[in-house]
Design a protein around this ligand. Structure first.
Ligand SMILES: [Zn+2]
Ligand SMILES: [Zn+2]
Length: 167
């Protein structure tokens, strides 16, 4: 699959960039938010205005953006994994091959059956090749040609020895 080979490294790169960028933005956002909230809480104790609270206002959206980038990076990984999963491909190939193999096998079995059996013209029972009487109904499977006297299958329309018309 040339498609997979050309696309995979690109996916890998995008995924890595998303994860790295997401991680950096998320980490920076957490640090900014922490600075902002520490400033806010310490201002409660000291009574002075929270000089660094803007850090929290900046840091919280950064956390959200970083988290979003990270999840995109990982989602891409999941998609790529599912898309490049080899098992469905093998299953698909096997699914296409199976009926063909089955046809060949059943055709071979059918041919073998036809060769090894003598179907009774009266009841349709499959008898072993060379049987003289049907195991299903007891009627003769072979008869004697009235023209040449040779042993022939009882359902023959013509004698396979002399060609005499039998029906
Ligand atoms: Zn029979
Ligand atoms: Zn004959």
């Amino acid at each position: 699959m040339p498609d997979k080979n050309t696309r995979s490294p690109e996916h890998e790169k995008t995924k890595k960039i998303l994860k790295i960028a997401g991680g950096i933005v998320l980490a920076a956002g957490i640090v900014f938010a922490a600075i902002g909230f520490i400033s806010l809480f310490s201002s409660f104790g000291s009574g002075s205005p929270p000089g660094l609270f803007w850090c929290a206002i900046l840091g919280l959206p950064m956390c959200a953006v970083g988290g979003g980038l990270l999840s995109m990076g990982f989602r891409r990984e999941i998609n790529t994994y599912v898309k490049n999963e080899s098992v469905p491909v093998i299953n698909e190939a096997a699914g296409e091959l199976r009926p063909a193999v089955g046809d060949v096998v059943s055709a071979a079995r059918e041919a073998q059956n036809a060769e090894e059996t003598a179907v009774c013209p009266a009841c349709g029972e499959r008898n072993e090749k060379g049987s003289k009487f049907c195991k299903g109904c007891g009627k003769p499977l072979r008869s004697v040609c009235p023209a040449c006297g040779k042993d022939i299958p009882s359902d023959s329309a013509f004698c396979n020895h002399c060609g005499a018309k039998l029906r």
